[in-house]
Every structure is written in structure tokens, then in C-alpha cells.
Design a protein around this ligand. Structure first.
Ligand code: GLP
Length: 247
């Protein structure tokens, strides 16, 4: 696994955006796996800038988002569909029909999850997956203990995740959905290339355990040590507790 340490959040985001734009330039019909949360916001800002100022063309690109809260409407400002539209999709020339975000309102969730996997496979799989890291080291919404072979599924959220994400729900953990649809770890690991972004001291423990600890289902991020082309792009604060991986 590669580790790239940047001085701050902004530079880490720019570096990740450069990798994504390079992927699209080489393969205009690239399939991108996308993430939500605060961490990828700088990446999306930079990609929008590259689209506007350098003509980065998303017209052939297909996207698959990692996750969505269960029971949430797509136009709810706390939904990940809304997040993606607001912070990325509506600012670029990506075709709406080529964007995929799990449907939080799916009536038959297991059937929806199977379809999501099927569609992903029909598109040829993910060329480049962008990931964040939970403070408890979750990837997408795969909480500690998740099976490394898991596919897209309904996941019960840990209390830590509910607390961390309550900032998007008026700081009221009681309003955060208790479950989410998420790509599985097995799904994520099939991406040809993975970049994980982490920023700030709050992630330093999760970064250290993921990069330097044993590979264990108790630390979902650690599975990336087994991926042939995964890069952690982190800022100085998130790298604070690293030993050998920072050398
Ligand atoms: C959520 C998302 C994850 C994301 C994580 C970290 O729980 N499901 O995909 O990586 O939060 O979020 P943030 O970047 O806001 O710290």
C-alpha cells in the first residue's frame, strides 16, 4: 500500500483530484466509485474547477456511490444523493442516468442490493474508488467486524458512526437513521485502483491501525493492505501517529 502525506487537507484533496482526472483523461468512459462525508469535499471542488477551467469531460463517465442511509428520501438534504447532487453532480457534465447512488427507499432492499452489484458488474467494475475513513476505521458503512467478503447489503450503524454523522442531522443522533445500504468490503476490494483520503487528528488512530496494524475484520480499513493498488492520501494531522508507514 502506498502512503502520500500532504501538508494540509486542501493539498490532499488536490492530489486525489489529480489522480481522478488522470484516470478520466486516459479512459473517458471510466467507472468511478464515489464517497460522501466532509473529507472528499475538497476533491469534488477541485474536479469542478478542472471541469470549468481545463475542460475535464465527464460526459462518458459512470459513477457508483458507496452508500446511502436507509429510509431517507433522495431530496432530503441529509441524504447522500442530495449531497452528491449539490456538491458535485450538478456542477459538471456528468449524465444523470450515469450516476448511481443506492436507493434508501428501496422496498425490497436485498433485491436492490443484488441489482446494484449486477449493474456495477455490467459496467465493467470500478476503475477508481475514492474512499473516506470513519473514526472507527469503517470504509463506506462497513463497520468493524464486517465480513471482508461482503457485498452490497443493509448495515446496522455503530453508535460512534451515528454520533459522528449527527452533525448532518441537526446534531441530534436520534434523527440519524440506524441502518444504511452500503457496498460491501468484497465489492470495494474489486475496484482496480483505490484512493483513501483522511484528514485531521480525529482520524489519526484509524489511519495508524489501518496502515500499520494487523489485517483484521475488527479494523475495516486494514483490508486495504491486501489491495494491489491502494493509496492512502492523508494530511499531517491524520499521519500524526504513524511510525514506519510515514517513512
Ligand atoms: C460516513 C460515510 C463514509 C465516510 C465517513 C467519514 O460514515 N459513510 O463513507 O468515509 O463517514 O466521513 P467524514 O469524511 O465526514 O469524516
Amino acid at each position: 500500500m502506498k502512503v502520500v502525506i500532504k501538508d494540509n487537507f486542501e493539498l490532499a484533496g488536490k492530489f486525489a483530484a489529480e489522480i481522478i482526472s488522470e484516470t478520466i483523461r486516459i479512459k473517458p468512459a471510466a467507472v468511478l466509485g464515489l464517497a460522501t462525508g466532509s473529507t472528499p469535499l475538497g476533491v469534488y471542488r477541485e474536479l469542478i474547477r478542472l471541469h470549468r477551467e481545463s475542460g475535464l469531460d465527464f460526459s462518458g463517465v459512470t459513477t457508483f456511490n458507496l452508500d446511502e442511509y436507509a429510509g431517507i428520501k433522495p431530496d432530503d438534504p441529509a441524504s447522500y444523493r442530495f449531497f452528491m447532487e449539490e456538491n458535485f453532480f450538478r456542477h459538471i457534465n456528468l449524465k444523470s442516468k450515469n450516476t448511481n447512488v443506492p436507493d434508501g427507499l428501496a422496498a425490497d432492499i436485498p433485491a436492490f442490493c443484488r441489482e446494484y452489484e449486477k449493474k456495477l458488474a455490467l459496467c465493467g467494475g470500478i476503475d477508481l474508488q475514492l474512499l473516506g475513513l470513519g473514526a472507527n476505521s469503517h470504509i463506506a458503512f462497513n463497520e468493524p467486524g464486517s465480513d471482508f467478503k461482503s457485498r452490497t447489503h443493509l448495515q446496522k450503524l455503530d453508535w460512534k458512526t451515528i454520533e459522528d454523522n449527527s452533525r448532518f442531522f441537526g446534531n441530534n443522533p436520534g434523527l440519524v437513521p440506524g441502518h444504511a445500504l452500503t457496498m460491501g468490503i468484497g465489492t470495494i476490494m474489486e475496484a482496480k485502483k483505490i484512493i483513501l483520503l483522511a484528514s485531521g487528528r480525529g482520524k489519526a488512530d484509524a489511519v495508524k491501525k489501518s496502515l500499520e496494524g494487523p489485517v483484521t475484520q475488527g479494523v475495516p480499513g486494514s483490508v486495504l493492505q491486501q489491495h494491489p493498488d491502494a493509496t492512502f492520501i492523508i494530511d499531517r494531522e491524520a499521519a500524526e501517529k504513524l511510525g514506519k508507514a510515514a517513512k
